[in-house]
Design a protein around this ligand. Structure first.
Ligand code: PLP
Length: 406
């Protein structure tokens, strides 16, 4: 009989978002007339910008002609895309990143799940807490997290870096030994972004200890404040200790198209081995590239029209975040995030657990959000709402919250 990877049996319950979906479906079946407003899963709602649609159309036409048809993409992505990324996201901002340090992928979820493959099986991980669940789950599959303690809601071999109201939801470098340090900034779910000096402390720590930082900047486009870095490479010395992951999902609405990239500087070397070369080897063996038409669409994100159209889209989502922030504050909630991020993080009233608040919000206001406890132990007692809905629904949701006592 084929043995199954026993680490899967150690995982707690379902993936957070499947549990949310099941609960909402059960409620909807029992209450078919309920007008449910979904501010839960972080999917975008605005259609693709015209510049992207136009790039897709022309790439599709190219694929229909023998002279311009493209098959497998080059390893690492098409040069036309790697070059505009290097220029616009890095060099134009003073970060010395070259196209061959960029690896185009089908999104930051796959990259953040797979990047652990290139590290030793005993590598010890540290994660911001709460955070996007994929980092811990993928390391748990690989057997690096030890055992899960249901009561404490934690893995015994994971170093948790608490992000709490007391530290402004900005983690500090771990005191315990850690080889891989996962940071997500702006953070999902707290919506808080790290300031440059706080991030520099991590870079200095990693260069001193030999750890590698896995920096997920999927929400970079939402940063508004000047002292918040858009890339970890704005910090001095990050080129020798950090991998950055980016996505086209939240800045350009590619959640259904799928595109992202990982940046692995050539100067990042551990045990005499170049991580850029190892990742290149891993990708070569396990990934056949993002589709040509999607890479062309990605290129259009950096065109003057694309930039202008996407700026407007993001401003729309930011306006929703402001509606949520203001609405929750005036309803008396303690709220965080929502300024450099599309996520608003609220403390559940009266010490309610995150899931208890989820149920009450669904039943009394017909609003779906995401329980903070699903993102890590420090998320308990908190709740996430997203600004990716429509302005109308954001306003309606706040009107309902103002009326009901939860
Ligand atoms: N990283 C973070 C922090 C996210 O919140 C998400 C999606 O919600 C992703 C990555 C996934 O990005 P992608 O759609 O590029 O796979």
């Amino acid at each position: 009989m084929a043995p199954i990877n026993e680490n899967y049996a150690k995982l707690p319950g379902n993936y957070l978002f499947s549990t949310v979906a099941q609960k909402v479906e059960a409620y909807r079946k029992a209450n078919p007339d309920a007008d449910i407003i979904r501010l839960g899963i972080g999917d975008v709602t605005k259609p693709l910008a015209p510049a992207i649609i136009s790039a897709l159309h022309s790439a599709v036409d190219e694929m229909g002609k023998a002279e311009t048809f493209r098959g497998y993409a080059p390893d690492g992505g098409y040069p036309f895309l790697r070059e505009v990324i290097a220029e616009n996201d890095y060099r134009a901002k003073g970060c010395d990143i070259s196209p061959d340090e960029i690896f185009v992928s089908d999104g930051a979820k796959s990259d953040s799940a797979h990047i652990q493959e290139i590290f030793g099986k005993d590598a010890r991980i540290a994660v911001s807490d709460p955070v996007y669940p994929v980092y811990v789950d993928s390391n748990a599959f690989a057997g690096r997290c030890g055992s899960y303690n249901n009561e404490a809601q934690r893995w015994d071999r994971v170093v948790y870096m608490p992000c709490t109201a007391e530290n402004g939801f900005s983690p500090e470098p771990p005191k315990e030994e850690a080889d891989l340090i996962y940071i997500c900034s702006p953070n999902n779910p707290t919506g808080v972004a790290m300031k440059k000096d706080a991030l520099q402390r991590f870079v200095d720590h990693a260069n001193r200890t030999g750890a590698v930082i896995l920096y997920d900047a999927a929400y970079e486009a939402y940063i508004q404040e000047d002292d918040v870095p858009h890339s970890i490479y704005e910090c001095e010395g990050a080129g020798t200790c950090a991998i950055e992951l980016r996505s086209f999902s939240k800045n350009a609405g590619f959640t259904g198209l799928r595109l992202g990239f990982a940046v692995i500087p050539k100067a990042l070397v551990r045990g005499g081995v170049s991580l850029n070369a190892v990742w290149s080897r891993f990708q070569g063996s396990s990934f056949n590239g993002a589709p040509y038409i999607v890479q062309r669409a990605g290129e259009a994100v950096y065109s003057p029209e694309g930039k202008a159209q996407l700026k407007e889209q993001i401003e729309g989502y930011r306006a929703n975040a402001k509606i949520l922030l203001d609405g929750l504050k005036s309803a008396g909630y303690e709220v965080y995030g929502g300024v450099n991020s599309p996520y608003v993080w609220l403390r559940t009233p009266g010490g309610m657990s995150s899931w208890e608040f989820f149920d009450r919000l669904l039943e009394k206001a017909n609003i779906v959000g995401t329980p903070g406890s699903g993102f890590g132990p420090c998320g308990e007692g908190y709740f996430r709402l997203t600004a990716f809905g429509t302005p109308e629904n954001s306003v309606r949701a706040m009107e309902r919250i103002a009326k009901v006592r939860l």
